[in-house]
Design a protein around this ligand. Structure first.
Ligand SMILES: [Zn+2]
Length: 533
C-alpha cells in the first residue's frame, strides 16, 4: 500500500529542521519527502493521495513516562477529579452506587482526588468514606497514585490485625495508606483477569491515538493488585501477536523488591528485547514519592512542613546493591526521583558501581527530576543521564512550589537549564496522574503557566522552551531514550511512518492556543490509526 500526503506543512524535526510539502509512504515506511512539484512526477504510483489542505504534520508523539495499563484501569474506576469538595465526593459516589449494581463482594475503586483542589483542603478520611457505605469496600486513590484512603469495610476485609500498626505509612484511624504500605491495601482487591487487562490496554491505547500518541514508555508490570507481571506481559504479547496493539510500547519494568527483580532477570528478560511494537525497556526504580503529597525526598525539610523531608523508598546501601545488580545484568535504568535528595541517592548509587562507565551508551535517566539544583544538573550532564519530564505537572505544581520549597523553587523544573547543559529532555505525562494530552504538555513547557493562563508572569520565564525544543523532546528524544532514534522520532526517508496531522499550525499560532490544538489524523506504521470525523 502506497499513500501520498501532499499540500501540507510537514515538520520533519530532522537535524536541519527541514519542512516539506509532501510525504509518501509505502507500507510502514517513509519513501518520499519533498515539494508538491517533486511529488507530482510519481503521483500516479500511489494507491491513495490525501490532500492535507495546508495542515501541519509532525512526528507521532512518544509519551516517555506513562502508566498505560493503569490509565485503562482508571477508566474502569470512579473518576474523582471533577469533585471540588469532600461533600461532593460523598454525594457523587452515592449517586454512582445507585446507578451501578454493586454487591458486597465488589470493591468500589476511585481515583483522582487532590486535597488542594478540595474545598476542605484536607485528605478524605475513613470516616468520610464510611458515610458512603458500610457494606461495599471502598478505596479512593489520590491523583498522584502515592496515597489512598479506604473505608472501614475495606480495612476489615484486609484484616486490621494483619497490618503493621507501627508502619508510619499506615494510619488506620484515618484509613490512610501511602507509598510501600499501599501494597497491603491493594492486595485485598480482586485482580483483573488477563482478558480484562487486554481490554484496559486497548481502551487506553485507543484514547492515546486520538491525541496523536503513537509510542509510549509505560510502567505496567506490577500495577495490578496481584502484581502478576507475567500476566501483564502475556496480555501484551497476545495483543502484539494478534496484531491488535494500537501503540508502540517500551516497557519500563518497575519492581518493588530486589528479589522480584532478580527473578525477572534470571528469566533472561533484558532491555531491548522485543519488536517494533513491544519491547522490554529499562528497569524502573521508585526512589521517592510526590511533591503534592510531601513525600518527595528532600535534602532539607519542606518549607510548609518543617519536620518532614519526604520518604526514601530505599536505604542508600540497599539502592547501591540493587543498581549494581541491574548493571550486572546490563539493564538500562530509569529512576523515579522528584526530590533533590532522591536524585543525590541515584547519582551516588550509579557512581558506586565499579563497572559503571559514564561514557558507555547506557541511556540511564531520571524520571521527573523536579526539585533540581545546579550541582545535580552538573552531575546529570556529566553522567549523560536523560531527564524524563512532565511539564504539565506545572499546571498544579506552580501553585504549590513556593509553599513546599520556598527559595528552592527558583531552581525547580529547570527545563531550559537542563537542555542547555546537554541533558536530553524526554516529555511524558505520567497518566493517569494527569491527562495524556500532548498539547497541554507542550503548552506548559512553552509558556510555563497553568491551563487557565495563570499566573500573569510565567513561572521562571527563562526556563521556557521553544515549540521546536518541546516537539523534539516529545518525539526524537523519546525515541532516543528507547534506543530507537534510528528508525523513528523524526520524519526522514526509511523511518517508520508514524505521524500526526494537526488542526492548527503549532509553529505560528499564539503559544497560548497550543493547548487547544487537536488531532485530525494519526498515522501509525503507515496505517490510518485515527481520523477525526
Ligand atoms: Zn509514574
Amino acid at each position: 500500500m502506497k499513500r501520498l500526503f501532499y499540500n501540507g506543512k510537514i515538520a520533519s524535526l530532522d537535524s536541519n529542521n527541514t519542512f516539506y510539502e509532501a510525504i509518501g509512504i509505502k507500507d510502514s515506511k517513509i519513501i518520499f519527502l519533498g515539494l508538491d512539484t517533486e511529488a507530482q512526477a510519481t503521483k500516479s504510483e500511489y494507491d491513495e493521495r490525501i490532500d492535507l489542505h495546508g495542515k501541519t504534520v509532525v512526528p507521532g508523539f512518544n509519551d516517555s513516562h506513562i502508566h498505560l495499563l493503569n490509565t485503562g484501569y482508571a477508566m474502569t474506576m470512579l473518576n474523582l477529579d471533577p469533585f471540588n469538595s469532600i461533600e461532593n465526593i460523598i454525594d457523587g459516589t452515592l449517586a454512582f452506587i445507585k446507578t451501578h449494581a454493586f454487591s458486597s463482594e465488589m470493591w468500589l475503586l476511585g481515583r483522582g482526588w487532590n486535597q488542594d483542589k478540595l474545598k476542605e483542603k484536607r485528605y478524605p478520611t475513613r470516616a468520610d468514606l464510611d458515610r458512603i457505605s458500610h457494606t461495599i469496600p471502598i478505596i479512593f486513590t489520590r491523583a498522584c497514585g502515592h496515597i489512598a484512603v479506604c473505608n472501614t469495610v475495606a480495612l476489615n476485609t484486609i484484616g486490621m490485625n494483619s497490618l503493621d500498626t507501627h508502619d508510619e505509612n499506615i494510619n488506620t484511624d484515618k484509613g490512610l495508606f501511602q507509598e510501600d504500605a499501599l501494597n497491603a491495601l491493594y492486595a485485598a482487591v480482586p485482580s483483573p483477569s488477563k482478558d480484562e487487562i487486554k481490554d484496559m490496554i486497548l481502551k487506553a491505547s485507543n484514547a492515546l491515538l486520538k491525541q496523536g500518541v503513537t509510542s509510549v514508555q509505560s510502567d505496567d508490570l506490577c500495577c495490578m493488585p496481584d502484581r502478576d507481571y507475567e500476566k501483564v506481559l502475556q496480555a501484551y504479547h497476545e495483543l502484539n501477536h494478534e496484531k491488535k496493539l494500537p501503540v508502540r510500547v517500551y516497557q519500563q519494568c518497575l519492581f518493588f523488591e530486589e528479589s522480584d527483580f532478580e527473578a525477572f532477570a534470571k528469566k533472561h528478560y533484558r532491555t531491548g528485547q522485543g519488536d517494533a511494537f513491544f519491547k522490554i525497556g529499562p528497569v524502573k526504580l521508585l526512589l521517592d514519592g510526590s511533591l503534592g503529597a510531601r513525600t518527595a525526598l528532600l535534602r532539607e525539610p519542606y518549607s510548609d512542613d518543617l519536620l518532614n523531608s519526604g520518604i526514601a523508598c530505599f536505604e542508600q546501601n540497599e539502592l547501591n546493591r540493587l543498581i549494581q545488580r541491574t548493571q550486572h545484568y546490563g539493564f538500562q535504568v530509569a529512576a523515579h526521583c522528584i526530590g533533590d535528595k532522591a536524585m543525590d541517592m541515584f547519582v551516588e548509587a550509579l557512581k558506586n558501581v565499579p563497572s559503571f562507565n559514564k561514557e558507555a551508551d547506557h541511556r540511564h535517566g531520571i524520571v521527573h527530576a523536579q526539585v533540581m539544583t545546579p550541582d545535580i544538573i552538573r552531575s546529570m550532564s556529566d553522567l549523560h543521564l536523560l531527564a524524563y519530564i512532565q511539564p504539565i505537572f506545572l499546571d498544579y505544581d506552580l501553585h504549590i512550589v513556593d509553599n513546599r520549597l520556598s527559595h528552592r523553587a527558583n531552581n525547580a523544573y529547570a527545563f531550559k537549564t537542563m537542555l542547555e547543559s546537554n541533558i536530553k529532555l524526554c516529555f511524558g505525562t505520567d497518566a493517569p496522574v494527569v491527562d495524556y494530552n500532548p498539547f497541554e504538555n507542550i503548552y506548559t513547557a512553552v509558556v510555563r503557566k497553568d491551563l487557565n493562563n495563570q499566573p500573569e508572569t510565567p513561572y521562571l520565564i527563562t526556563e521556557c522552551l521553544t515549540v521546536n525544543e518541546a516537539l523534539k523532546a516529545y518525539t526524537l528524544n523519546g525515541a532516543y531514550s528507547a534506543f530507537e532514534e534510528l528508525y523513528k522520532g523524526t520524519l526522514e526517508l526509511g523511518k517508520l511512518a508514524d505521524f500526526v496531522i494537526i488542526d492548527q499550525d503549532i509553529f505560528s499560532i499564539d503559544p497560548i492556543e497550543i493547548k487547544n490544538i487537536s488531532i485530525l489524523m494519526t498515522v501509525l506504521d503507515g496505517q490510518i490509526a485515527y481520523e477525526q470525523i
